[in-house]
Design a protein around this ligand. Structure first.
Ligand code: PMP
Length: 351
């Protein structure tokens, strides 16, 4: 057989890339991926929609996902022309970088996919360190904007993995100074006490807001969306793969979004559990939790590697933030019982 060196065929920027690691570790209590502990879809709803869905599985789905897009647009008082749907917001990050190119600026630590996709697409990433409070370092960012002219800026607020919202004045300053696209990634906005950037969309043509259904109980559907000026949406839509939202996701998400009351209830439960979990963690001497507006808590713990392994042995999976925020673990807020099991295990582990 002919010898083919695959490595030599791969573009260097892809070859040197580390794939995003989303390992499936079997575990009783899964608190590592910022998912909701509640499925935001009631099975009673499935009964009347499922028959229609399965009868048309032989056909491609609506390429524009008009019904779902219409519901989302109505919920936020905008037009379907202001919305672009993605197979999760991960896909939308890909589309944004494919459309506008780089350099791509983002603060660190933040959601790693901004950097991974920039590299995958051969675009330069500009990573600017957050300050000690995990807020934006505006001086450094504004200098980088002037010198390096990034085409895209990603700001996750609330930020993953730190959990805090960036100061809105600082975000605003960046949007005002930048001559390119500023994406405010509001994946965790539903859990935040701040109102987010949606109300400012009409004032700033370069502002893009990114949201997802993943954190509010529908991660399995893979539905994220961009909200922006129609001109931006039209351009990004050119790189969108046809039929990127499958038939089941379109139908189930549309049905689920009609039941906003149930989603709202789950979100308030998660927020009050987050507050309780934060207070309990603060009471533990050797633990330092960081203030959060998201559905997870970043906390410092002695011997974080060992603590993470020992928690796993007790059936609790959290995310080790080694290499991102050293010495820290990130725990997703679960159900009351899950949170209690986590707290009990953590107290045993750090003894
Ligand atoms: N943005 C942020 C800040 C995230 O933390 C995540 C998920 N971890 C995403 C986007 C991606 O979400 P989705 O499931 O919609 O692809």
């Amino acid at each position: 057989m002919k010898k083919i060196e695959i490595k030599k065929l791969v573009r260097p920027n892809v070859h040197s890339l580390n794939a995003y690691s989303a390992k499936e570790i079997p575990c009783k209590i899964k608190l590592d991926a910022n998912e909701s502990p509640y499925s935001a879809f009631s099975v009673q709803r499935l009964a009347f929609s499922v028959k229609k869905i399965f009868q048309t599985l032989n056909r491609y789905p609506d390429p524009e996902a008009k019904v779902l897009k219409g519901i989302i647009a109505k919920n936020i008082n905008l037009k379907p022309e202001n919305i672009l749907l993605g197979n999760g917001s991960d896909e939308l990050i890909y589309y944004l970088i494919a459309t506008f190119g780089g350099p791509v600026l983002y603060p660190v630590p933040t959601f790693s996919i901004y950097g991974i996709i920039s590299q995958a697409l051969g675009e330069k990433g500009i990573a600017i360190k957050l300050d000690k409070e995990f807020d934006l370092n505006t001086d450094k960012i504004l200098t980088a904007i002037k010198k390096l002219r990034p085409k895209l800026i990603f700001l996750s607020s609330p930020n993953n993995p730190t959990g805090n919202c960036f100061s809105s004045d600082k975000i605003l300053k960046i949007i005002e100074v930048s001559r390119s696209i500023v994406v405010v990634d509001e994946a965790y906005q539903p859990f935040s006490s701040e109102r987010g950037f949606l109300p400012l969309l009409r004032d700033y043509k370069n502002l893009v807001i990114m949201r997802t259904l993943s954190k509010i109980g529908l991660a399995g559907l893979r539905v994220g969306f961009l909200i922006a000026d129609a001109g931006i949406i039209k351009e990004v839509n050119k790189v969108r793969l046809p039929f990127n939202i499958n038939l089941l996701s379109q139908a189930i998400a549309a049905e689920a979004l009609k039941n906003k009351r149930m989603m709202g209830r789950y979100i308030s439960t998660i927020v009050s559990e987050r507050e309780r979990l934060f207070d309990e963690l603060s009471e533990i001497k050797s633990i330092k939790p960081y203030p959060t507006e998201a559905n997870f808590i970043l906390f410092k713990v002695k011997n974080s590697d060992k603590a993470c392994q020992k928690l796993l042995r007790r059936g609790v999976l959290v995310r080790n933030m080694k290499g991102v925020v050293n010495g820290c673990l990130r725990v997703t807020v679960g159900t009351k019982n899950e949170n209690n099991s986590f707290l009990k295990a953590l107290k045993e582990v750090i003894k």
